[in-house]
Design a protein around this ligand. Structure first.
Ligand code: CP
Ligand code: NVA
Length: 300
């Protein structure tokens, strides 16, 4: 493993190895056991979009590992004035030990990895959010003590979260059902990967998708960069909500996850969110531990 660009790049065994290391690092952090695997190393964090969790968890994670993290807003880099990504990659590779990037196009993350000579971590693009899905899998395993055989149901937009969940969950032996409105299906790359799996379903009916689910997941109806479509999306996504009915359609011990930020009253009701807040905020916390594991694997 040289980079973390998307879930498709990892195999099931590598995912489990990251989760095992994440569990260990979480234990060490909770018990005050030093784990400075990245002493003297520096991570550059390029952000072309807003972030609370990704920025703070990477920066804190690097600090806990004995390293240093630099916040680089794309607007303040020469990249924001048009310096090509392939040149930025070659320059940053001379100073840093790793780069985390949050941007729009998946191709930009791939270019950074291609032209640079240091590990690149995808902190979210329009098509994938691998760090979030590693934290999600870590959280599911904490609550259910296993992954294989569990059914995860995603209701909502076939955007970055749906794409990465489909690939990540199928790779670790989970069943996946996805319900999206017409025109909001997951990316071709995720569907192409899923087509060989009997345990994958793409449906239009959220309640049917939720049947027998161990885990229910949703995400905002309008992602970063889609703000202008918000009104249309609210209409198109009506009914694609996790609510009391969805919970009743799933297994009685279903857990609910949300990558956050959430728009309560849209993709999830206030009540369902608050009833499952413990798992949702454990999921947020696990961003820290899962990403520390990724950084140790890539930069250690
Ligand atoms: N879930 C997530 O990536 O959160 P941020 O946008 O706050 O980083
Ligand atoms: N789908 C959301 C996820 C935010 C973490 C977005 O891309 O804005």
């Amino acid at each position: 493993m040289k980079h973390l660009l998307k879930m498709l790049d990892l195999d099931g065994k590598e995912i489990i190895e990251i989760l095992n290391l994440a569990d260990q690092l979480k234990y060490e952090q909770k018990h005050g056991i030093p784990h400075k695997h990245l002493a003297g190393k520096t991570l550059g964090m390029i952000f072309e979009k807003a972030s609370t969790r990704t920025r703070v968890s990477f920066e804190t994670g690097m600090y806990q590992l004995g390293g240093y993290a630099l916040f680089l807003s794309s607007q303040e880099l020469q990249m924001g004035r048009g310096e090509p990504i392939e040149d930025t990659a070659r320059v940053l590779s001379r100073y840093l030990n790793g780069i985390m990037i949050r941007t729009f196009k998946q191709e930009d993350v791939e270019s950074l990895a291609k032209y640079g000579s240091i590990p690149v971590i995808n902190g979210l693009t329009d098509t994938s959010h691998p760090c979030q899905v590693l934290a999600d899998l870590m959280t599911v395993r904490e609550y259910k003590n296993k992954l294989e055989g569990l059914k995860l149901c995603f209701i909502g937009d076939g955007h970055n979260m749906a794409n990465s969940l489909i690939v990540g969950c199928l790779k670790v032996g989970m069943k996946v059902s996805v319900a999206t409105p017409e025109g909001y299906e997951p990316a071709k790359s995720a569907l192409d990967f899923a087509k060989d799996f009997e345990d994958f379903e793409l449906l239009r009916e959220p309640l049917k998708a939720a049947e027998n689910a161990d885990v229910l997941v949703t995400d905002v109806w309008s992602s970063m960069g889609q703000e202008e479509e918000a009104d249309k999306r609210k209409k198109d996504f009506a009914g694609f909500q996790i609510n009391e009915q969805t919970i009743n359609a799933a297994k009685s011990d279903v857990m609910v996850l949300h990558c956050l930020p959430a728009h309560k009253g849209e993709e999830i009701t206030y009540e369902v969110f608050e009833n499952h807040a413990k798992a949702i905020f454990d999921e947020s916390e696990n961003r820290l531990h899962a990403q520390k594991a990724v950084m140790v694997k890539l930069m250690g």
